[in-house]
Design a protein around this ligand. Structure first.
Ligand code: SF4
Length: 238
């Protein structure tokens, strides 16, 4: 992407301060600070005779669609499986579906989704080139935070998605995603300053603010832009 178009995207996002790309050294400027282990999962919805950890995409999506492993299945209109490129270099993981996601069955739609799309475009990525998923596949009532038992019940689906995509980098957006993926209570403001490592494969994981938070606090967009530049650098590393 040329610098003029990038600046147009940044102007549209309302981002006025940013770091030159040559100040971001891809992948080697910061230590891998935290080794994250996926949370223990409860294999309550396995396809008969086949654990979730062995399912392909089609069977996995069907298992999610039919899942009744936690209370959230009672109130959902749709499960929100995830969307995007099954071979993406970047996997974006959020919290849980909101009202619009529940209606449409797709993660990150509505205003927060549009902002996420714009942020991705600013580093030359289209939404279709990444894989987007959530910690939970069903909407918590009133958009409350996920309960620990819900996260445990749902974790094996996300773990399988990560195993199938095998992303080069994971971007955790928002505190709920970061806390559950990294098993920490640290604030996003602290977590975003480091490159973490996720799972047995030690996949580089970055943390940034949730786009819904950025809509409420637009003055934080400059920090999100710094995070995306770091992300862009990591994605360039083979
Ligand atoms: S949130 Fe996850 S574990 Fe709970 S019912 Fe939905 S798919 Fe199943």
């Amino acid at each position: 992407m040329d610098s003029h178009r990038r600046q147009q995207y940044l102007d549209a996002l309302g981002i006025v301060s940013w770091v030159r790309r040559d100040q971001v050294v891809a992948g080697n400027s910061e230590p891998v600070a935290v080794e994250a282990r996926p949370p223990e999962s409860v294999p309550a919805t396995e396809t008969p005779g086949q654990p979730v950890s062995s399912l392909g995409w089609e069977a996995l999506e069907a298992a999610v669609a039919g899942c009744t492993a936690c209370e959230l299945h009672h109130g959902r209109k749709h499960t929100v499986f995830g969307v995007g490129d099954h071979n993406a270099r970047l996997m974006i993981i959020g919290e849980a579906p909101g009202a619009e996601e529940d209606r449409q069955g797709e993660p990150f739609v509505g205003r927060a989704g549009q902002l996420l799309n714009a942020l991705l475009r600013a580093i030359g990525l289209d939404r279709s080139q990444v894989f987007i998923a959530n910690i939970l596949k069903c909407r918590p009532p009133g958009n409350r935070n996920p309960e620990p038992d819900e996260v445990r019940a749902c974790a094996h689906f996300l773990q399988r998605q990560v195993a199938l995509v095998q992303p080069r980098v994971i971007l955790a957006v928002g505190g709920v995603a970061a806390h559950n993926l990294l098993q920490t209570d640290d604030a996003v403001g602290r977590l975003r300053s480091r490159i973490h490592a996720y799972g047995d494969d030690q996949i580089p994981l970055l943390v940034t603010y949730h786009p819904a938070y950025l809509l409420r606090r637009p003055e934080e967009k400059a920090k999100a832009w710094q995070d995306l530049q770091k992300l862009h650098g990591l994605l360039q590393v083979d």
